[in-house]
Design a protein around this ligand. Sequence first.
Ligand code: FAS
Ligand code: PHB
Length: 397
Amino acid sequence: MRTTVGIIGGGPAGLLLARLLHRAGMDCVVLESRERRYVEARQRAGILEQGTVDVLRKCGAGARMDREGLLHRGIELRFEGRAHRIDFPALTDGRSVMVYAQTEVVKDLVALQLADGPPLLFGAEVLAVEDPDSATPTIRFRHEGREGREGREQTLSCDFVAGCDGFHGVARRAIPAERTAVFERDYPYSWLGVLADVPPSCEELIYARHRRGFALHSMRSPQVSRLYLQVPAGTDPADWSDERIWDELSARFAVDGDWALERGPITAKSVTPMRSYVQEPMRHGRLFLAGDAAHIVPPTGAKGLNLAVTDVVTLARALTLHHETGSTELLDSYSETCLRRVWQAERFSAFMTDTLHPHPDRTPFEERLQLAQLERIAASPAASAELAENYVGLPLS
Ligand code: FAS
Ligand code: PHB
């Protein structure tokens, strides 16, 4: 097989890149190791920045998002029994975010690609990227046969390879270790995430910092709530009964006044580790990394999916310029351009995580510092604006 751009990974990064390249008249192939059902059901992000919404609309993937997505003009911070709303439009000259789950974005992009897009192979596990710094890099992969038997090994020759295969993918490992620098931080806590068939108890997201731990009330629709609570790293979700989850969430969201958390049947439960991670550079020869393949942020800032989108918009622009003019100018600046934004998202995600999660080993002094930071945000339009600007998404450079 041969193509101009071989895309490893059919998550949001790989699928959106394929969409953008296809619309620019470039051929590409997406190789996704999992089956379609799995990819579309994987519970991940929920918040789309304005920039992401604009990109999805512009590439023809925004119709259902505009019908079913929920426009949100703010979030609520809760701490010490008090609530403080961050008013996005007032603090960011009119910007807001969209609540539309990553699962739905993936379903929309898969449907478009299967209808009239470039080849998208499910059950195609990439084993290695060979000669990434040559003029014709090769992707070696195994495509499961229709009978589900382990397929034979195949190769895909490309002009360029896009590593969109997430944190556990193989593309990153094709870059020689001596050519890379890794920056990372692990957190001593994780998020226990639940889906519940109960209408959200709030109009907008609630980020709560309680001495027992962090809690987040998000949503998927007017009928389905998405909630998270801070648990020790390595927690087994089976250790948390539905009742224990609802009791703990109620305690952490407690606020002056008569607000109450509505309960309902929990339909999904999973634990997400918290990590900050960046691998530099995001390019080696004709291999370009995008999304979680290159960087991970703790989900507190709702940046992961949105960062993947800005990476692939940058990469699609660079590949299209090369396709149309032969210029490698934007390809050569790809890594530097993306990393400027990546590090701003890492900074904001670490800030939100450190500010809202009581550290298990915190000292009384650190506890007071955390509360002072939240008091500052609640009291100062400038401090609130700093949070709002980062949350709705910094302008594309
Ligand atoms: P993805 O990991 O989504 O996609 C990579 C794809 O590559 C996958 O489909 C995988 O199957 C495939 N792949 C891997 N290895 C392969 C191989 N060898 N061959 C072929 N295919 C291969 N972000 C938020 O903003 N908010 C959240 O609440 C949030 N929660 C998260 C929970 C979890 C458990 C995880 C892991 C991430 C979460 N994120 C969240 C971040 C998440 O949304 C990512 O930022 C987003 O999925 C990034 O998209 P991709 O870069 O496409 O990577
Ligand atoms: C979600 O709805 O899954 C979500 C929302 C905001 C976050 C993280 C996750 O910061």
